[in-house]
Design a protein around this ligand. Structure first.
Ligand SMILES: C[S@@+](CC[C@H](N)C(=O)[O-])C[C@H]1O[C@@H](n2cnc3c(N)ncnc32)[C@H](O)[C@@H]1O
Length: 325
């Protein structure tokens, strides 16, 4: 297989298709404390290509990175999902070096050579996110259709909610991606966000080819969410208008405010009802709310597969992921 380098000039070949391709993933600096969430995200997205986490890897002294390996013949296909990643901002492939080199270090200008398990490799950057593109898709740049009090609909740029404790909206793109990726199944499957807000998560689900269903109890959001491409309805998350086991995946971010905790905890029962067996549910919530949700998940027979603390610039949250057995 051929891997184009970042400049698109050089081409690198994996000599044997059966070779393991060793990859270095660089964790987004703003989420550097959430490395295990970044690993889980990449592993889940790349599991169709048998990605595994080796016990270690080169360049560990740099920090902010992790390693995955997969059979080289799958690398090109697996790499199509790198731009989906929320918590990884760049990926390097370790190109095996045929010629013997005396030791680790710079061999020629710009070439870093690393030694790993007795072999020499050159890290080749095969993916780097486009910061401009990410910036343009941020909540403060997006346009959202809002219904006004007189029933008119207007396009609002940078909509972040009404400022009330229960009406704040604007999940960073990287977190919306993480939550969606952790529950990803396949294109054409049904996805639900029952606290959809201004659609940060819904947008990511649609970009991945899910058929997105959304609901929110606030009616002013309905045109905006429908316009995004979601099958939207105005509904309380504690009484979802969907049949049992009708969705394949759920990702959501309920309000963090204590006033909402009780209804958010009971909405978990509704989410568990509409989720199909084997489906996953991810939720980003306030740290203080997480324990009640863990206990409720247990009572509902959901199996907790991930439990991460995510530091978001002074706001610590929990990302919980369950699977319905
Ligand atoms: C934090 S916002 C979601 C933001 C969204 N992730 C985004 O990227 O824009 C939480 C949303 O939950 C909605 N909400 C609050 N309580 C609800 C309930 N009981 N049922 C349904 N929606 C509710 C609010 O109207 C709000 O839009």
């Amino acid at each position: 297989m051929r891997v184009d380098d970042m400049a698109g000039k050089d081409h690198h070949h994996i000599d044997s298709l059966n070779d393991e391709a060793m990859l270095i993933f660089y964790v987004r600096p703003a989420r550097s404390r959430a490395r295990s969430a970044a690993v889980a995200e990449a592993l889940h997205l790349l599991h169709p290509w048998h990605a595994i986490t080796p016990s270690g890897g080169p360049l560990s002294e740099r920090g902010g990175l992790f390693w995955l390996s997969l059979p080289g013949r799958f690398l090109e296909e697996a790499a199509t999902r790198f731009p989906w990643l929320g918590y990884t901002s760049a990926v390097e492939w370790l190109e095996p070096q045929a010629s013997a080199s005396p030791r680790k270090g710079r061999r020629s200008s710009g070439d870093i050579i690393v030694r790993w398990r007795g072999r020499l490799f050159k890290p080749v950057r095969i993916y780097e996110e486009n910061p401009g593109e990410l910036r343009e898709s941020a909540p403060d740049r997006r346009t959202f259709l809002l219904e006004t009090e007189d029933g008119a609909v207007r396009a609002v740029r940078g909509y972040r909610g009404d400022g009330e404790a229960l009406g704040r909206r604007a999940l960073p793109v990287c977190d919306a991606r993480l939550l969606t990726n952790l529950v990803y199944t396949r294109q054409g499957d049904a996805f639900l966000d029952p606290f959809a807000g201004a659609g940060g998560i819904v947008r990511e689900a649609i970009l991945r080819g899910f058929i997105a269903l959304s609901s929110d109890r606030d009616p002013i959001l309905r045109h905006g969410l429908t316009h995004l491409g979601s099958l939207h309805c105005v509904a309380d998350a504690c009484l979802l208008p969907f049949s049992d086991e009708s969705v394949d995946a759920i990702a959501t971010e309920p309000p963090y405010h204590q006033e909402a905790w009780q209804s958010v905890t009971s909405s978990l029962g509704e989410m568990a009802r509409v989720l199909r067996r084997g489906g996953r549910l991810s939720m980003l919530c306030a740290l203080g709310q997480a324990e009640g949700l863990r206990q409720m998940g247990e009572r509902l027979g959901l199996s907790l597969c991930h439990d991460f603390t995510i530091g978001r610039k002074g706001l610590d949250c929990a990302a919980l992921v369950w699977e319905k057995r």
